[in-house]
Design a protein around this ligand. Sequence first.
Ligand SMILES: [Zn+2]
Length: 229
Amino acid sequence: MVQAQNQTSESILNSHRPLSKTFILGKFEYQTDASFVKVAPELSNKTIYLQQEVYSAFLNMQAAALKDSVQFIIVSGTRNFEEQKGIWERKWKANDNLSPVDRAKKILEYSSMPGTSRHHWGTDMDLNNLSNSYFESGEGLKLYNWLLEHANSFGFYQVYTSKTNGRTGYNEEKWHWSYLPLASKYLAFYNKHISESDIQNFKGSNLATELRMIPDFVNGISFRSKNFK
Ligand SMILES: [Zn+2]
């Protein structure tokens, strides 16, 4: 917490992770990467890393929220390809009663194929609780309303919104917030340099093209905000 706050804005600007295909696919070790920092234990429920600039913006948002008695806990931050592969293949195994396509579709309700997750980038985080119902009453609703009102001014957006407006890809995730000043650049890089042939080396990866991973999932985002409900 203190570490990121004490940095000058210049050093934060210089700390951007250089873009490369391996980075954007999550094939790197964020724990030893100079652009990544560990989230303070009191703001997370386990060991979590984010990019420095993202964490710095989060700390500013967190301080503002605290004044309104809203307390964030980060429950997931950066995950690399290997970690996402672990999640994916565990769910792949758990759904072995389904055909390969249905199996993948079931997992894709909420989880990404390795190599296609915004969590690879260190720009995206899951807050407080991984169920939409939590954010629909009581403390969760208060927190969600605070985010809708204020998060954009700190750079954070809910990108997996309701699908009723035609958005494709993952179901709504009221807990997943993305730091767009960096993530929008990363998405542009992804679209320029990555094709479905780069999404491989895990069970079911041969379905990436058929299931439209890049057009419908990587690009299946919209920007839920105060002005866009
Ligand atoms: Zn998430």
